[in-house]
Design a protein around this ligand. Structure first.
Ligand code: 6PG
Length: 233
């Protein structure tokens, strides 16, 4: 669980539409790629355009250690793979690859894959930038509403059943590991997310809305939200 003393304030930027939101996030990713450090990427469909634009804006990611917030337990070539999506949208478009790419090995299954990721994260300090999407139910990474996984504080990564489509097992960072970052950045678009955005970004902390529990423990929490998703703020 995030430290309760963590600042809950979220700096929200409202973009005209989904493309503008993706562009703003792409600029932030490119800036981090230039300065270096650790970036945690997320899955789902919303970030794809941001990843493509980030590769155009900065094709040299050699200063970056790349991590993932969560993964579906499928082969990396499977169209549901978060790594696979990132590879096509970002990694394959770079001129210089990241210094290190730490993908979650979904094909190992949720428990073995999580254990292996936890090992990769041993000794790794706070991340520099964690990017998160937000599900229409308020989930972040593969931390789903009211799941006991929200209370796990020991390991860095855990296995989970799917609480949302696609219904395949998941590997996910735990809340404390996600929140151990100097910046946590939400990217959310679409009117189907308006209720979740209001609860996650402006509501009280609640297990019913995992996004409301995701706040940078060592820095700032920001959100880039398009106008449709911001409708209930
Ligand atoms: C995943 C994610 C997940 C995602 C949200 C939003 O593996 O599905 O990491 O947390 O960010 O479900 O996804 P969309 O952008 O597709 O709505």
């Amino acid at each position: 669980m995030a430290d309760p003393s963590t600042d809950r304030e979220v700096e929200i930027t409202i973009a005209a539409d989904a493309h503008e939101a993706a562009r703003l996030v792409a600029e932030r990713l490119a800036e981090q790629a230039r300065s270096g450090g650790s970036i945690v990427l997320t899955g789902g469909s919303t970030p794809r355009v941001a990843y493509e634009l980030a590769a155009e804006l900065e094709p040299d990611w050699s200063r970056v250690a790349l991590w993932w917030s969560d993964e579906r337990c499928v082969e990396p070539e499977d169209e549901r793979s978060n790594y696979g999506m990132t590879k096509k949208a970002l990694l394959d478009r770079l001129e210089t690859p990241p210094d290190s790419v730490h993908r979650m090995r979904g094909e190992l299954g949720r428990e073995a894959g999580a254990t292996e990721y936890g090992r990769q994260l041993e000794g790794v300090g706070a991340f520099d930038l964690v990017l998160l999407g937000l599900g229409p139910d308020g989930h972040v990474a593969s931390l789903f509403p009211d799941f006991p996984t929200l209370d796990v504080t020991g390991p860095a990564a855990i296995g989970s059943e799917a609480g949302h489509e696609p219904y395949v097992d998941r590997i996910t960072l735990t809340l404390p590991r996600l929140c151990s970052t100097r910046e946590l950045l939400f990217l959310v678009a679409g009117d189907g997310k308006a209720d979740a955005v209001a609860r996650a970004l402006a509501g009280p902390p609640s297990h019913a809305t995992p996004g409301s529990l995701a706040r940078a423990a060592e820095g700032v929490t920001r959100a880039v939200v398009d106008r449709a998703a911001a409708a209930q703020l």
